[in-house]
Design a protein around this ligand. Structure first.
Ligand code: ADP
Ligand code: MG
Length: 401
């Protein structure tokens, strides 16, 4: 963990404890945290049963939590003004049908409580939950999986549910899909739960089998820069749902249960029978799955200096075939490459958020300056550019980091 990130992490855990004291006039019984993630490659493949290669980052969400004598759950966040309180027995009435009655941010922690209730015998003790985070929200770094993961780790321990990290990731997706109403896949939660330092999590979204893949960025003299465009994406609305619908249409027309079942050799037939837009959506997913498998192989055989072309091809596919890029993301990718990056691509769901660039240590300043200048010249808002480091997954905070 870098010095900057280490101090940010301890600030977020201190903030969570402080908020707990202010909101609930008591001390928490523990602190749990979960990281955001960067997806190195494999975009919009997760809900198509395909492959992804995310890694957990050194930006985390902290939850200070204590059980209550009654069966009520209260949530507070430094992100919001209000504290939200709900009796546990009412969660089953609220989610999913009446979720609109709960302010959006509180659906994440309450949604986790709801998803985990299904694993409890009877109604467990209530809980007070205070949340603080240094994961940028809406930047494509999955602040949503981080809040879900921190709360899930806490309640799993305090309610003595004994669920595995995988099961907690699945509960996180259920909360996000049904309690929040965002139709996302399982990648973010698995990355946040299973992360390891200096490694990515290769995930087969069909079997949910995972493998840890060493990244070796530091040993190769590389930094992974996040270039947050500050263009906010919105998951619950718009283009994301349309892309999912196109993928479902493409799979159904091709006679497969999901696009995972197609390979590059099937694309000629796909081009014959699909309309142009659906074909290009399908081509992105099929080629992106191949690129993830290639990236894993190249990382293992030749190391991170050799993955640049795969990252760039992924970006081009998202820009031209999946059409989820925006001018800010294209500028960040093109400019970082011109300033010496090894590879770059937009990451996350698209329509805003962040791009990543793999950059030699000595080129970090030049890349950062070039992208900042290019944004100013194009009349874009200033980007937020920072390095992230592959880090450990969710866990209990035993001492200040
Ligand atoms: P991201 O790419 O950051 O995951 P999402 O739209 O999926 O973007 O999730 C962001 C939403 O998650 C926020 O709008 C908010 O509702 C919720 N959220 C994230 N972090 C926090 C936090 N620390 N406190 C309260 N809510 C949070
Ligand atoms: Mg999210």
């Amino acid at each position: 963990m870098s010095d900057t990130a280490a101090s940010a992490a301890s600030a977020a855990s201190a903030d969570a404890a402080e908020l707990f004291a202010a909101a609930f006039a008591a001390a928490p019984s523990g602190l749990w945290s979960a990281p955001g993630r960067v997806n190195l490659i494999g975009e919009h493949t997760d809900y198509n049963d395909g492959f992804v290669l995310p890694f957990a980052i050194d930006h985390r969400t902290h939850a200070a939590v204590a059980l209550r004598a009654d069966a009520r759950v209260r949530v507070a966040s430094t992100f919001a003004e209000e504290t939200v309180e709900v009796p546990l027995v009412e969660l089953n009435d609220l989610f999913p049908s009446r979720r609109d009655e709960i302010v959006e941010w509180a659906r994440y922690p309450l949604g986790i409580a709801w998803a985990l209730l299904a694993h409890a015998e009877g109604i467990p003790a209530g809980a007070d939950i205070a949340i603080a985070s240094d994961v940028p929200v809406g930047a494509g770094l999955s602040s949503s999986a981080a809040i879900e993961g921190a709360v899930a780790m806490a309640l799993n321990e305090l309610w003595e549910l004994g669920l595995s990290r995988r099961e907690l990731a699945i509960a996180g997706r259920r909360a996000e899909n049904d309690a929040v109403g965002a139709p996302t896949g399982i990648m973010d939660q698995m990355a946040s739960m299973l992360g390891q330092s200096d490694a990515a999590t290769f995930l087969d979204c069909r079997s949910l089998q995972t493998q840890s893949v060493p990244l070796g960025f530091a040993a190769a003299g590389l930094e992974l820069l996040v270039m947050d465009t500050r263009v906010k994406h919105q998951h619950s609305t718009g283009g994301y749902g349309e892309r999912r619908a196109s993928c479902e249409l493409g799979a159904a027309t091709m006679g497969v249960s999901s696009l995972r079942d197609l390979v590059v050799d099937d694309l000629a037939r796909a081009e014959d029978i699909l309309d142009d837009v659906t074909f290009r959506r399908v081509r992105h997913v099929v080629t992106e799955n191949e690129r993830v498998l290639d990236t894993v192989e190249v990382l293992r055989a030749r190391g991170p200096l050799a993955i640049g072309a795969l990252l760039l091809d992924s970006h081009a596919s998202m820009r031209d075939d999946f059409e989820i890029s925006v001018p800010e993301l294209d500028t960040a990718v093109a400019t970082s490459m011109a300033a010496g990056a090894i590879g770059a691509r937009m990451t996350g769901g698209g329509f805003g958020g962040a791009a990543i660039a793999l950059v030699r240590h000595e080129d970090v300043t030049a890349v950062t300056e070039a992208v900042t200048v290019a944004f100013a010249e194009a009349g874009f808002a200033p980007p937020h550019i920072f390095a992230v480091h592959p880090s450990a997954g969710a866990g209990r905070v035993t001492s200040a980091h």
